[in-house]
Design a protein around this ligand. Structure first.
Ligand code: MRU
Length: 356
């Protein structure tokens, strides 16, 4: 893996990009202090990039996994058909084990496997080319979907709205435009004056480091708060709407998202503030009946006891670090999807999105 400086300026940020036969991803661990791309050549490397949070955010993880599959196939161009099959199966397993909660990872792997199955009789080289084409398509489609969600979501936000968001569901969490921040970007593009309130998002600081950075880059007004200030802001009439992203939505409309989202949803309900979830269909897992069955990632204690090298908690203290929580569907004002807005989501309305 090699690093080189990227260019920000007025340029659109590409979270993932295909360059010279390899995948490059912005290293989100070092933003905003450094803007640099890391290059990836194999499924194992991409899985490590997902696990270590170089790339994060549900749709971006899905795109990275699709490229991971394609990279592996390209790497195996000279292999026999038997070697190719064995190594590809391992690649799928390694990628699937990288992070547990965002269903887009498994959605993308299923899609890539289906493509592989559909061309299994072809030469190894032809299969590899087909898988790369599909990875490009997964990525291009993500941007189209985000723009569609953005248009539906933008219509929900009044001109002058002050919108609170949690974590980073922006361009960095997707192939581009973003889901929750995509709604905000689309509203701004439509001529609305929108001000963003970004929760810092302890412990990994996606709000402070990534959402604030994206908004500052684009000169969209943004105010950073710590997570425990959301109730204060709402009770003082300083929040008009909440828009967040999601990592997995269950069949009944329960929403898993970054830890702290549930707290924000309860507060929004208490204060009569609409709570919207920007949710591509690839993030809905109809095989999961409700939120209690969504696997929740537990991360390292060091993320809670400090940040990077600076550790402030008493050594030896016991720590919990669930990375996501589940907001019950009853607290969700609307799911913003690429097919339209599902108000007060429930099992029937979610099934209807899939023609059920
Ligand atoms: O742990 P992360 O940074 O991958 O968590 C990301 C989130 O929780 C996002 O809100 C979610 O993936 C939606 S991104 C469009």
């Amino acid at each position: 893996m090699t690093a080189h400086e990227g260019n920000v300026g007025n340029q659109v940020v590409e979270t993932l990009r295909w360059r010279d036969g390899r995948l490059e991803m912005i290293d989100q661990r070092v933003l905003p202090a450094k803007f640099e791309y890391l290059a990836y050549n194999s499924a194992v490397e991409v899985a490590e990039g997902i696990r270590s949070m170089v790339v994060r955010g549900a749709p971006a993880i899905g795109c990275a996994a699709a490229y991971g599959v394609a990279l592996e196939a390209l790497r195996l161009r000279a292999a026999t058909s038997g070697e190719f099959t064995a190594a590809m199966n391992t690649a799928f397993e390694v990628l699937a084990a990288s992070r547990p909660t965002a269903v887009n990872l498994f959605w993308a792997l299923k899609r890539m496997r289906a493509v592989w199955e559909s061309v299994k009789g072809d030469s190894v080289g032809a299969i590899a080319d087909r898988l790369l084409t599909e990875a490009h398509e997964v990525t291009a489609e993500d941007i189209r979907i985000n723009r569609a969600m953005g248009a539906f979501g933008a219509a929900l936000l009044p001109d002058g709205a002050r919108v609170l968001t949690h974590c980073n569901a922006g361009a960095l969490a997707t192939a581009g435009h973003g889901t929750a921040l995509g709604v905000i970007r689309s509203a701004v593009e439509a001529g609305k004056k929108i001000a963003v309130i970004a929760d810092e998002t302890r412990p990994f600081l996606q709000g402070a480091r990534l959402t604030a950075w994206e908004m500052v880059q684009e000169k969209i007004p943004v105010t950073l708060i710590t997570d425990n200030m959301a109730g204060y802001m709402m009770s003082h009439g300083e929040v008009d709407a909440v828009v967040v992203g999601t990592d997995r939505v269950a069949a009944n409309g329960d929403v898993a998202n970054k830890i702290g989202t549930y707290m924000v949803a309860v507060l929004a309900k208490r204060h009569g503030i609409p709570f919207y979830v920007a949710c591509p269909l690839s993030t809905i897992d109809v095989s999961i009946p409700d939120g209690t069955a969504i696997p929740i990632e537990e991360r390292a204690a060091e993320e809670v006891t400090g940040f990077r090298e600076c550790q402030w908690a008493a050594p030896g203290v016991s720590v919990r670090n669930p990375a996501f929580d589940v907001t019950p569907a009853e607290l969700v004002t609307g799911l913003i999807t690429e097919k339209g807005v599902v108000l007060q989501p429930d099992r029937e309305k979610v099934a209807a999105l899939f023609g059920g």
